[in-house]
Design a protein around this ligand. Structure first.
Ligand code: UD1
Length: 367
C-alpha cells in the first residue's frame, strides 16, 4: 500500500488537490488522505470550496489560521510534524506556492519522506512576492517536480535539477476547470445569488484583487482603484472581495464607483459562472491567468510580472502593470482583441492528475 498525504491550505490549493484526489480513488494500491492546514478557514474561503469541488471533509485539519508569515508557517510546521510522525506516509504531495506548501515540504523532507511538488518550477523572479520564496524553497528540496508549462522545466534545469525528476504533466487546475465547466453547463444557473445581476448586465468585467503588493499600500491601491473606476464608467465590474482586500479597503476608506458591484468571496462554481462569460477578467491571481487562457476569456493581469508566461505567449493574458494608464491601455487592448486568436497550452487537457499518478505508480513498482 502506498500511503500518501495530500496537502492543501489556502483557497487556490483546493482546486488543485480535487482532481489529484479523485484520480487517487481509482487505485487500490494507494491510500490518499487529505490534510487541510487551516491557513484559510472562513466558510467562503474553505468549506464552500470543498463542497463545490466534491472533496470529502479533510482527514486532518491542522487549525493554523492567520498571522504573520513566520507565525503561520511555524504553526503549520509544528502540527504537520506531529501528524507525519503518527501517520508515517511514503510520500506527501504539495501544490502551488502558499505558506502551507513550503511548511509541509520542509517538515516532510527532514523526516526523510518523499515530497512531490505539483506546479513546480514557475518563477516570477520577484523575491518581494512571498509566493516566489515558497516556490523556490519547495523546489530546492522536492523529489518529484510536476510542471504545468515548459518554462517551469527550463527554470528547474537552470537551477541544476536533474531532468529525470522533472515531469511535464500539464495543469491540474485545468483538470478541475474542465470538470467543473461541464457540471455547470448542465445545471440551472438561477440558483446563484448573482444570477440576476449577470442577466441584467450585458457586458461586464470580472475582477479579483488580493496581492499584498497591490492592496496593502495605500498609494498603490488608490492608483489601481482609479483605473477600475474609469473602466467602470465604460463597463460595469463584478468584484468578489477577498478578506485581505476588504480589510485594506476599510482601513484606507477607499471609494469605488457604484458600477463596481461588490460581493463576499464566491464559491468556485459561482465565480466560474460569472467569469466565463465576462467580456474581460481583471485580476492579480495566478490561477485565473491560467483558467482564462484555457477558456479563451480575455485577461488583464494587474501585476508587474507573471510566473506563468505561457498565458501571455499562447493565451489571453496581458500583463498590465499597476499604474492607472498601463491598466487602462491593457483593458482597451483586451476588449479589442479578436476571440479566436488564442491557443490552449500543451497538455492542458484535463489529464494532468492521471499522468501524475501513473508516474508515482511506475516508480513504486520499480522500488
Ligand atoms: C494566501 C496565499 C496566496 C494566495 C491567497 C489566495 C501565502 C503566502 N499567500 O494569501 O498565495 O494567492 O492565499 O486567497 O500563502 N483571512 C480571513 N479568512 C480566511 C483567511 C484569511 O479573513 O479564511 C484574512 C485574515 O485577516 C488574514 C488575511 O485574510 O490576515 C490574509 O490571509 P493569508 O492566508 O495570510 O494570506 P492571503 O492574502 O489569503
Amino acid at each position: 500500500m502506498m500511503k500518501v498525504l495530500l496537502i492543501a491550505g489556502a483557497r487556490p490549493n483546493f482546486m488543485k488537490i480535487a482532481p489529484i484526489y479523485r484520480e487517487a480513488l481509482k487505485y487500490n494500491q494507494v491510500q490518499c488522505k487529505i490534510v487541510h492546514t487551516g491557513q484559510h478557514y472562513d466558510y467562503e474561503m474553505s468549506e464552500a470550496f470543498f463542497e463545490d469541488l466534491e472533496l470529502p471533509k479533510p482527514d486532518f485539519f491542522l487549525s493554523a489560521g492567520s498571522g504573520t508569515h513566520a507565525f503561520q508557517t511555524a504553526k503549520i510546521m509544528v502540527a504537520f510534524e506531529e501528524l507525519s510522525q503518527k501517520e508515517g506516509p511514503d510520500l506527501i504531495i504539495v501544490v502551488g506556492d502558499v505558506n502551507s506548501t513550503l511548511a509541509c515540504s520542509v517538515v516532510a523532507k527532514k523526516l526523510l519522506i518523499d515530497v512531490a511538488h505539483v506546479e513546480a518550477g514557475l518563477r516570477s523572479f520577484d523575491l518581494t512576492m512571498p509566493e516566489e520564496i515558497n516556490r523556490m524553497v519547495t523546489d530546492a528540496i522536492s523529489d518529484y517536480f510536476f510542471v504545468t508549462e515548459e518554462s517551469g522545466a527550463a527554470n528547474l534545469v537552470q537551477e541544476g535539477k536533474s531532468k529525470d525528476r522533472i515531469h511535464f504533466v500539464g495543469n491540474v487546475m485545468i483538470d478541475n476547470l474542465f470538470y467543473q465547466v461541464k457540471k455547470l453547463d448542465g445545471k440551472m444557473p438561477q440558483r446563484f445569488a448573482t444570477s440576476k445581476i449577470k442577466e441584467k448586465l450585458e457586458d461586464y468585467a470580472f475582477l479579483t484583487l488580493h496581492r499584498p503588493s497591490n492592496v496593502d499600500t495605500k498609494s498603490v491601491f488608490c492608483e489601481i482603484a482609479e483605473a477600475l473606476n474609469t473602466i467602470a464608467d465604460k463597463m460595469p465590474i463584478i468584484f468578489p472581495v477577498h478578506p485581505r482586500t476588504k480589510k485594506m479597503m476599510d482601513e484606507f476608506g477607499l471609494g469605488l464607483s457604484n458600477d463596481i458591484y461588490l460581493f463576499s468571496p464566491l464559491s468556485f462554481k459561482e465565480s466560474l459562472f460569472l467569469w466565463k462569460d465576462a467580456r474581460v477578467v481583471l485580476t492579480d491571481s495566478g490561477g485565473l491567468q491560467e483558467e482564462t487562457t484555457a477558456l479563451g476569456v480575455p485577461c488583464v493581469t494587474i501585476r508587474e510580472n507573471t510566473e506563468r508566461p505561457i498565458t501571455i505567449k499562447m493565451g489571453t493574458n496581458i500583463l498590465a502593470g499597476t499604474k492607472k494608464e498601463s491598466i487602462l491601455k491593457a483593458f482597451e487592448e483586451a476588449v479589442a482583441r479578436p476571440k479566436n486568436q488564442f491557443k490552449v497550452p500543451p497538455k492542458w487537457d484535463g489529464k494532468a492528475a492521471e499522468r501524475i499518478w501513473k508516474i508515482f505508480l511506475k516508480k513504486n513498482r520499480q522500488d
